[in-house]
Design a protein around this ligand. Sequence first.
Ligand code: DX5
Ligand code: ZN
Length: 220
Amino acid sequence: MKPLLAPSILSADFANLEKDIKAAEKGGADYFHLDIMDGHFVPNISYGPMIAKTMKRITDVPLDAHLMITKPREYIPKFIDAGVELIYPHIEASYDVYRTVQLIKDLGGKAGITLNPGTPVSHVMPLLDLLDSVLLMSVCPGFGGQSYIEPVTGKITELRALLDEQKPEVRIAVDGGVKKDNIASIRRAGADFFIAGSAVFKADNIEQEVRKLKALLDTA
Ligand code: DX5
Ligand code: ZN
């Protein structure tokens, strides 16, 4: 599967959001990643569906929303209405996660599920018939700018093998600490959807940084 790069706007300059988004878009961003935090599931608060509506006014690049919130089902319809294409709730957030993922599909979205670094990859198997993508967190969620947790690379390899047996078209996304010096090895382990926040938006030249990360993916 063609590797996709999704810059996370959490690290963008919100005083110059449109400028940052346009630069990443010019560099070839495949998605923009929206980190939704409620101060309960993670110890940080970010933004809600309004940011998706704002992004839709700025760019035609598709959006994915990573829901770090305890009540995903209450907000999924709002994110779909706001134009988000792909939604990643957390498997750890609710006891009835099957219904959560089902709701995304019923509303016409692409369904993802997110696993924290300590959650075994086998936990996604009962959801597989509904899933388009599995997001493996490579940091503990809540903040940008943390370091990649190395053992997650083994989880990518393990999950790729499981998916190849049962539903090979499901993508593997990786989020947290993705940088120029590790993106190629994460790709080789079997990931194909790369979320990068600080690597893109803290760079001096955002457009060029997106190009460099994409070139590393293409030659990995
Ligand atoms: C962390 C978020 C990430 C974050 C990634 O909770 O889910 O998407 O923005 O930031 P970097 O790439 O800086 O680790
Ligand atoms: Zn994220």
